[in-house]
Design a binder for this molecule. Structure first.
Ligand SMILES: [Zn+2]
Length: 259
């Protein structure tokens, strides 16, 4: 039955009467079709360019953290003479933050224990233990010579600048030399014994250090199978104090460069 443009339908079973405007049904149907149409268009436009259409996300703490770590990593760059170099593995992520030292924080290692009698400085806290270690080795017939100890970040930068000027590539240099800021020597507690190369591992001095180094608080930072996967540096020993030395004499601190 039709009353004033309304279709009045009633259910014969329950007697409920419903009023339905057929014009309204027609409009609703069109609205539905338009909605479907725009959804299809949106999918076609956005699918190849998700970033273009994505909503500003409300980052979870986890996603925020990953953003920050990416930013931190991107800052691990070395700039020399206006050129930028990205710090590669294994150095990447192993930068040292050295305290602000003063000249008075260092002491000269007795020149009779340095290679070629060179003047080499070490942090005062490590000086006495190092001299004690050198004297003990001497009593055992082991003549250890220190080739290097404290090296500033500026010193390390000069090494890179010189090698680059000699025509070597950055990628080649970082295979052998820690980038500025990535050498444990900036802490002032690390020592390189002579000869600071692969030959040292075969010397009686290395065997003596393995057996006695930790008695004096010195540990081999980059042992043969160190977890940082930094190449083995048998000549490089760092003063960490007697209490902090692991059972095997190694430490898990990071980042040193060869000479
Ligand atoms: Zn070293």
């Amino acid at each position: 039955m039709v009353l004033y443009g309304f279709a009045v339908d009633s259910c014969e079973k329950c007697g409920v009467t419903a009023n339905v405007d057929k014009t309204m049904i027609f409009k609703l149907f069109h609205t539905f079709l338009y909605t479907i149409f725009f959804q299809v268009v949106l999918v076609l436009v956005c699918a190849p360019h998700p970033a273009r259409c994505s909503q500003p996300s409300t980052s979870s703490p986890q996603s925020l953290e990953s953003d920050i770590s990416q930013l931190d990593e991107s800052r691990e760059m070395l700039i020399i003479e206006g050129e930028s170099y990205i710090i590669p593995p294994p150095w990447r992520g192993n930068r040292f933050i050295a305290p602000e030292y003063d000249y008075s924080d260092f002491r000269l290692i007795p020149v009779e224990y340095t290679h070629n009698g060179t003047k080499i400085y070490i942090l005062s806290t490590a000086h006495q233990p190092l001299v004690a270690l050198l004297e003990a080795a001497e009593k055992d017939g082991i003549f250890l010579k220190v080739e290097s100890a404290y090296r500033s970040e500026g010193y390390q930068t000069r090494i890179f600048r010189r090698m680059l000027a000699e025509g070597r590539t950055f990628d080649d240099i970082v295979r052998y030399v820690a980038p500025p800021g990535y050498s444990q020597h900036i802490l002032g507690t690390a020592v390189d014994f002579f000869p600071s190369n692969w030959r040292f591992a075969g010397t009686p001095a290395y065997t003596w250090l393995q057996e006695n180094g930790r008695r004096f608080g010195f540990a081999e930072t980059y042992s043969r199978f160190n977890l940082m996967k930094i190449p083995w540096e048998s000549w490089h020993w760092n003063f960490i104090g007697r209490d902090d030395v692991d059972q095997d004499g190694s430490t898990m601190t990071s980042g040193d460069g060869k000479k």
